[in-house]
Design a protein around this ligand. Structure first.
Ligand code: ZN
Length: 232
């Protein structure tokens, strides 16, 4: 994906989020802040685009591929289908991914997802349109600015776990199991990101885990925290 295409997709994400913000503001007598928009309301976005979202156990009446199919876009009848029976966060990611196809890929008229949309942004061996839809989904579900703000609020700033820190170990240990500074270094970046994605207490303060604030899987949030450089 070249930088021009990335910019195009980021603009598409900003557009739908700004539309949501305006809709929300119309019903409130105050200014809407980023936090009000979390987790991203995908159903409201679909509705504002005139799209129906159906959770189906048999996509389009066919059972043959149902177990491997996660979602589908039917442009002419303005419908997105999402396979039922999957984890809530998986279905949510798929819906965000299909919204990406709908907004970015006019050429997909009637399109069924046979490959699993990846929650990982670095699955570089996937076709270009799949990578674009994944990129759209990640940006829509976990906007960089909002993730940065919540992370800052919870943890005071990016965590560099490659250097032993008694403070971080102490803060993690309050209300949690005890951690030693060297244990945090040893667990490696991805495990650290998984920890910060799911913990509900830091420095003695309780909060909603960041993965739940954004209503995404712990794994998807961990990858996002790594890619945004918030957990090193
Ligand atoms: Zn796709």
């Amino acid at each position: 994906m070249d930088s021009e295409r990335r910019e195009h997709i980021l603009r598409a994400v900003v557009e739908v989020i700004e539309k949501l913000r305006r809709q929300l503001e119309a019903g409130l007598d105050r200014q809407v802040i980023d936090f009000d928009l979390l987790p991203t309301d995908l159903d409201a976005i679909a509705t504002s685009l005139g799209l129906k979202v159906k959770i189906e156990n048999e996509l389009d009446g066919s059972t043959a591929l149902a177990s491997e199919t996660l979602g589908a876009v039917y442009r002419k009848r303005k419908e997105i289908q999402i396979a039922g029976g999957k984890k809530h966060t998986r279905q949510r990611f798929t819906l965000a991914h299909e919204l990406g196809h709908y907004l970015l890929h006019d050429q997909l008229v009637s399109y069924r997802e046979v490959l699993a949309p990846s929650e990982a942004v670095d699955a570089t061996n996937r076709p270009a349109i799949e990578q674009e839809a994944d990129f759209f989904a990640v940006e829509l579900l976990m906007p960089a600015r909002s993730v940065g703000r919540v992370f800052q609020q919870y943890f005071g700033g990016p965590i560099n776990g490659t250097v032993a820190s008694d403070d971080v170990a102490h803060f993690l240990s309050q209300g949690h199991r005890p951690f030693s500074a060297s244990e945090i270094v040893r667990m490696g970046k991805h495990e650290r990101a998984r920890l910060f994605a799911r913990i509900a207490t830091y420095a003695g303060v309780q909060f909603k885990p960041i993965c739940e604030v954004f209503d995404v899987s712990m794994e998807a949030m961990a990858i996002r925290l790594e890619n945004l450089g918030l957990v090193k």
